[in-house]
Write a protein that binds this ligand. Structure first.
Ligand SMILES: NC(=O)c1ccc[n+]([C@@H]2O[C@H](COP(=O)([O-])OP(=O)(O)OC[C@H]3O[C@@H](n4cnc5c(N)ncnc54)[C@H](OP(=O)(O)O)[C@@H]3O)[C@@H](O)[C@H]2O)c1
Length: 349
């Protein structure tokens, strides 16, 4: 095997203003020695899949005290990073050996040298595509599971609304809610996505929010008896309308607010007093709050996948060069399902 290789990387040019654009990122290539230094505790991996996630756009902006509560910002001139699925090439960490498949935090590049590894070993005897560890079997699955089950405290028969419902997290929350015996409605941004919600993921009802002039009317149509649980992915005007339609003692899990991340002036939410009037519990959360539940989540999700009781749609784009387009496409709803970037097709099991 060659000991020195070219290592393509996706670099942040400068802090981003407004919605991230492809031109905010550039592809560079450096040389890399395919060996870890003895005594370094480093792990060298070849990246196979990279996850495209909305939070990465927040990290492309100049950090503020608020965003630093989420994660450190990316550094202009350096590679961006996120969750990846990789194969160990060399290791000075006894927990990982050459040939292991792992998932965790890596930079957006072909090869990553990971110090203080934030990576987990993949059990390849579990017969699922490796790409699932960027989503359903990684942080996103845990986010959907813990956000819905822990924060929303769902009960059979309750009504559940999910926004960005056909996306990586939304599709899972909707199906978890159906498995609980809830009545589930989703919103999404195209006819094709609405069709997926109704005919693939088993939602009871769905609407294309881009074709609804009045979100309040759409929600009243879908929930004549009100909403018990709102799984919030978008924020802004949708949240405002949801607040008018929440039931007494309803729960809102704030998973994300993608419509607001890149606005210079954020939407005003007028209906917040409903939180008090209706004794609504509204709670934000991050997947890392629930990292200790990963095993419990696997015990829940593995049988569902094995028995075909859970559908999972991915949108896989091939090649690191196409990474910037795939990532910024999230902010325009271009992904159908979980957006994944395939970096090395030869490594796919
Ligand atoms: N709390 C956590 O730990 C955590 C972890 C991961 C993700 N999140 C958040 O969860 C949410 C969903 O993430 P995901 O990974 O599942 O992404 P995703 O839904 O697979 O992709 C993002 C989707 O957001 C929708 N969107 C984009 N711009 C929008 C806008 N201006 N208004 C309304 N919808 C818009 C688009 O769908 P449409 O075509 O349907 O509009 C797009 O496909 C995001 O807010 C994300 O930041 C939170």
């Amino acid at each position: 095997m060659e000991t020195t290789v070219r290592n393509k990387q996706v670099i942040l040019r400068d802090y981003v203003k407004g919605v991230p654009k492809q031109s905010d990122l550039m592809i560079v290539s450096n040389t890399l020695e395919l060996k870890v230094k003895p005594g370094s505790s480093e792990v060298l991996v070849k990246n196979i899949y990279l996850s495209c996630d909305p939070y990465m756009g927040i990290l492309m902006r100049e950090p503020t005290p608020s965003t630093l509560a989420l994660l450190d910002a990316f550094v202009p001139g350096k590679p961006i990073g996120g969750i990846g699925v990789s194969k160990v090439i060399d290791s000075d960490d006894p927990a990982f050996i050459k040939g292991d498949f792992v998932w965790g935090m890596v930079d957006w590049e072909e090869y990553s040298t990971i110090k203080m590894p934030m990576i987990f070993k993949i059990d390849v005897t579990i017969n699922v595509p490796l790409s699932y560890y960027t989503g359903i079997l990684g942080t996103l699955g845990l986010t959907a599971y813990a956000g819905f089950h822990e924060i929303c405290s769902p009960k059979k028969g309750e009504t559940v609304f999910v926004s960005a419902a056909s996306g990586a997290i939304g599709q899972l929350v909707g199906q978890f809610a159906k498995l609980m015996g809830c009545y589930v409605v989703g919103s999404a941004g195209s006819t094709q996505k609405v069709d997926l919600l109704l005919n693939k993921f088993g939602f009871d009802d769905a609407f294309n929010y881009k074709e609804e002039p009045d979100f309040d009317s759409a929600l009243k149509r879908c929930f004549p008896n009100g909403i018990d649980i709102y799984f919030e992915n978008v924020g802004g005007k949708m949240l405002d309308a949801v607040l008018l339609n929440m039931n007494i003692c309803g729960r809102i899990a704030v998973c994300g607010m993608i419509s607001q991340y890149h606005l210079e002036t954020r939407d005003i939410v007028n209906n917040l007093p409903n939180i008090m009037f209706k004794r609504i519990k509204m709670q934000g959360f991050l997947f890392m709050d629930f990292h200790d539940q990963l095993e419990k989540f696997y015990e829940f999700v593995h049988p569902l996948l094995k028995e075909g009781k859970l559908k999972y749609v991915e949108d896989i784009v091939n090649g690191l060069d196409n990474g910037p387009a795939a990532l910024v496409g999230l902010y325009h709803g271009q992904n159908i399902g979980k957006q994944v970037l395939l970096v090395d097709a030869h490594m796919v099991l």
